[in-house]
Design a protein around this ligand. Structure first.
Ligand code: SF4
Length: 300
C-alpha cells in the first residue's frame, strides 16, 4: 500500500548524540515481541545484556537507570544496541520514534511528532503542511473506508489563507465545523487539565494558564498555524466518520489554544511548549481520550 507524508517529512534527521532533549531519557520503552525474539536468538554477548535490562511488567520494557536514562544510552549520547548489534535490533518504538502512522483509504500516512525537538523545529517552521505527497510503499493493506484527504484540504484552505488574520481563520474553522473549545469556560478546562496524568508533574503549572481567548494580533501566528495543521494531520487523520472528525478537530483546536496560552503566559518558548504538550497529552492515550471525549456531541 502507498505511504504518504507532509512534504517536509523528508527533511527530518535524528541528531542523536547532539540532541539536548533525548527521547532515550524519561520514557519507559515497551519492547515488541519480534525484538524480544531477536535478543533471545542472538549469540552476541550484548544481547544477554539487553535481556538482563528488560523488566516484565504489564508489558516488557527497559528498566530505566539513574536520571531515567535508557540503560543502553551511553555517556556519549549514543545507543549501545545500535553500536553492538546494529539498527536491525532496535524495538519498534525506538526505530520509529518520532514517527506516527494513520491508516487512510488505500494506504497509510506518516508524520513526525512534536515530542521530538528536531521534528518540532521542522514542523513549526514549515509551510509545506498542505502538500501531502507519496513517499513510498508499505507492506500490508489498509482497511480504512473513511476518506479524510478532501475534508482536511478544506480545513487547510481556510487555515492557510494569510489574506485573513489568524484570529479570523480560526473563527472561520470553528464556525464552519460547529466546534470550539469555548463551549466550556477556561476554569472548567483548567480543572480538567489539572486532573490529567503527567509524566512530569511540574507541567501541571504550565497548563494552568490555559485560556481560549483569541487576540486579533496573536503572537507567533505562523507557528500556531503550523502547529494546528500538524494536530489536524495527526489526530483528524484517525477519524472514521464525520462525527469523529468534528470531535478530533475540537481536540486540535483545544491543543492549539493550550499552546498559545503556554507561550503567552507560561514563560516558555513555543518549541518547549509544543514539545511538552505533545509529551503530556498526545503521547498519553488516557489524556488524549479525556479531552477528545469532551467534544463528543458538543455544539460551539
Ligand atoms: S528526540 Fe528526536 S532528535 Fe532527539 S534523539 Fe530522539 S529522535 Fe533523535
Amino acid at each position: 500500500m502507498k505511504l504518504y507524508a507532509p512534504k517536509y517529512y523528508r527533511n527530518f534527521k535524528c541528531i542523536a548524540d547532539k540532541c539536548r532533549h533525548s527521547c532515550c531519557i524519561g520514557w519507559e520503552i515497551d519492547i515488541d515481541e519480534s525484538a524480544l525474539c531477536k535478543y533471545r536468538a542472538s549469540k552476541h554477548p550484548y544481547a544477554s545484556e539487553v535481556l538482563n535490562s528488560i523488566e516484565q511488567g504489564e508489558s516488557a520494557h527497559f528498566r530505566l537507570c539513574e536520571g531515567e536514562r535508557c540503560p543502553h544510552l551511553n555517556e556519549k549520547g549514543l545507543c549501545n544496541i545500535i553500536l553492538n548489534l546494529g539498527e536491525g535490533y532496535l524495538c519498534d518504538i525506538c526505530r520509529e520514534h518520532p514517527r506516527f502512522y494513520n491508516s487512510v483509504v488505500g494506504g497509510s500516512e506518516v508524520g513526525l511528532g512534536l515530542a521530538c525537538v528536531t521534528a518540532c523545529r521542522l514542523v513549526l517552521s514549515s509551510d509545506e503542511y498542505t502538500d501531502i505527497i507519496e513517499i513510498g510503499e508499505l507492506c500490508g493493506e489498509s482497511d480504512c473506508e473513511y476518506s479524510i484527504s478532501e475534508k482536511r484540504e478544506a480545513i487547510y484552505k481556510i487555515l492557510s489563507d494569510r489574506e485573513k488574520t489568524y484570529a479570523e481563520r480560526l473563527l472561520h474553522i470553528q464556525k464552519s465545523y460547529g466546534v470550539s473549545p469555548s463551549f466550556k469556560s477556561d476554569g472548567e478546562w483548567r480543572e480538567l487539565l489539572d486532573g490529567l496524568e503527567y509524566l512530569d508533574p511540574a507541567h501541571r503549572g504550565l497548563f494552568s494558564v490555559y485560556s481560549s481567548e483569541l487576540s486579533e494580533n496573536e503572537m507567533h501566528a505562523c507557528e500556531l498555524e503550523r502547529a494546528l495543521a500538524y494536530f489536524i494531520y495527526r489526530h483528524c487523520g484517525k477519524a472514521q466518520s464525520d462525527a469523529e472528525l468534528r470531535e478530533y478537530l475540537g481536540f486540535c483546536l483545544f491543543c492549539e489554544r493550550l499552546l498559545a496560552s503556554a507561550v503567552r503566559d507560561g514563560g516558555v518558548d513555543i518549541h518547549t511548549a509544543a514539545r511538552i504538550i505533545s509529551e503530556e497529552i498526545e503521547y498519553s492515550e488516557n489524556n488524549t481520550e479525556d479531552i477528545v471525549f469532551e467534544f463528543y456531541f458538543t455544539e460551539s
